[in-house]
Design a protein around this ligand. Structure first.
Ligand SMILES: *[C@@H]1O[C@H](CO)[C@@H](O)[C@H](O)[C@H]1NC(C)=O
Ligand SMILES: *[C@@H]1O[C@H](CO)[C@@H](O)[C@H](O)[C@H]1NC(C)=O
Ligand SMILES: *[C@@H]1O[C@H](CO)[C@@H](O)[C@H](O)[C@H]1NC(C)=O
Ligand SMILES: *[C@@H]1O[C@H](CO)[C@@H](O)[C@H](O)[C@H]1NC(C)=O
Length: 363
């Protein structure tokens, strides 16, 4: 699937937004369904989100010592507010991916249709499909998704971030020089070609390189990176892309596209558009990463998400000088609808927001 130039422009506009954080938009969240006497909103979330634990969870977790990892906590909380939640969705594609029927019928970014051949080639080269022996064998894992928002600056959260079992970073967010605020551990870096670090020396020594494919071309790009081949052309990308990724094939993964599908159509409620990309139905990478974590981590935290539009001179990202005021409304993403979803997660205590950017003063 090649994209038309106009599409590049749209995606280009979202480049900053795709880095994984949200508009802080004023105005209240409107909940669907108040008029009807349903307990649930249009997406299937409980309307009353008080953050309390269901009784059976109080019993289950009540005796754990303070700070201990609570097995199954995020999924249990999620199911309590969103009964349609099904826990088991593998983080990465593995050779059994064709059995996972939910992604077979959709083209990228919502599935793998038309890409099976290249995915088979990729998976037979990477040969690894998990987080690594140590993490895979843990019975309880805590994860933090580190967004790129300026809200992370000068909060000295680095040490606390490093205490998580799994630290997820997005795109080109740097670690070196920012350790005090963002930590130094990177378990995985989820990225797409246009967002990937381009300077080889800026990669951390170790981390999984995880592709979140937003278009068919992205799989082809990964093939070049995995086999260390020269990229002949960058037609079809909306900005320059990394030409080399300093990782062994065994450290590369493909994020399960189901997380994009689920985030867009089910959790956020973006336009279905016949199951194809369009009408602003692409979730930001940060929300895709959170969706992945809900299925694969026992506890989920986020930091560096959200920005406060009433401080237009504050930095947009923690690592560069662009100001908040540079942000424009995006046609690719629907930031305000996405925020409604994340607010539900924070309000209900499904995820913890360490920099308070998702709710701001509003939860
Ligand atoms: C928690 O502790 C109480 C009191 O010590 C005990 O009665 C209860 O069975 C414990 N619950 C669990 C889940 O271990
Ligand atoms: C963080 O602190 C540095 C040094 O004190 C300062 O220059 C910078 O403006 C601060 N950034 C934010 C976002 O407050
Ligand atoms: C976002 O979704 C809302 C509610 O469906 C809609 O009114 C709005 O136009 C959408 N915005 C964009 C940028 O697509
Ligand atoms: C945004 O920034 C302003 C000014 O610093 C502050 O008063 C307000 O509480 C902030 N809003 C949120 C949601 O953090």
């Amino acid at each position: 699937m090649r994209m038309k130039p106009s599409r590049h422009l749209l995606l280009g506009l979202c480049s900053m937004l795709a880095l994984g954080f949200l508009y802080y938009s004023s105005g209240r969240i409107s909940l669907q369904g108040w008029g009807r006497k349903s307990l649930y909103d249009k997406q299937g979330f409980l309307l009353k989100l008080d953050g309390g634990l269901p009784l059976e969870l109080i019993y289950k977790y009540g005796n754990l010592s303070e700070g201990a990892c609570k097995p199954g906590f995020a999924a249990a909380k999620m199911t309590a507010i969103y009964p349609k939640f099904t826990k088991v969705v593998p983080m990465f594609l593995d050779p059994n991916y064709k059995r996972f029927s939910k992604i077979g019928d959709y083209l990228p970014p919502f599935g793998i249709k038309s890409q099976e051949k290249i995915i088979d080639i990729l998976l037979s080269a990477t040969k690894s499909y998990g987080l690594g022996e140590e993490l895979d064998s843990m019975s309880c894992k805590t994860c933090i998704i580190v967004g790129n928002g300026g809200i992370l600056a000068n909060k000295s959260l680095g040490q606390r971030i490093d205490q998580f079992d799994v630290v997820v970073r997005l795109n080109e967010a740097p670690v070196k020089g920012f350790e005090k605020d963002v930590g130094s551990k990177t378990t995985m870096r989820i990225t797409y070609p246009e967002g990937a670090i381009q300077k080889i020396e800026r990669y951390e020594a170790q981390s999984l390189f995880v592709l979140s494919a937003f278009k068919a071309l992205d799989f082809n790009w990964l093939r070049h990176m995995v086999f260390n081949q020269r990229l002949q052309s960058t037609d079809g990308f909306w900005k320059s892309v990394a030409r080399r990724v300093p990782r062994e094939p065994s450290d590369m993964r493909i994020l399960n596209p189901y997380f994009i599908q689920e985030a867009s159509f089910k959790l956020i409620g973006l336009p279905y558009n016949n199951g194809q990309m369009g009408r602003g139905n692409i979730p930001t990478l940060g929300t895709v990463a959170i969706t992945m974590a809900l299925h694969n981590c026992d506890e989920v935290a986020v930091a560096g998400f959200g920005y406060n539009m009433s401080t237009p001179h504050a930095p947009l990202h923690y690592y560069e000088k662009i100001r908040m005021s540079a942000i424009k409304e995006s046609w690719t993403h629907n930031i305000s609808k996405e925020k409604e979803f994340l607010v539900k997660l924070v309000k209900a205590g499904v995820i913890q927001d360490w920099t308070n950017g998702i709710c701001g003063a509003g939860c």
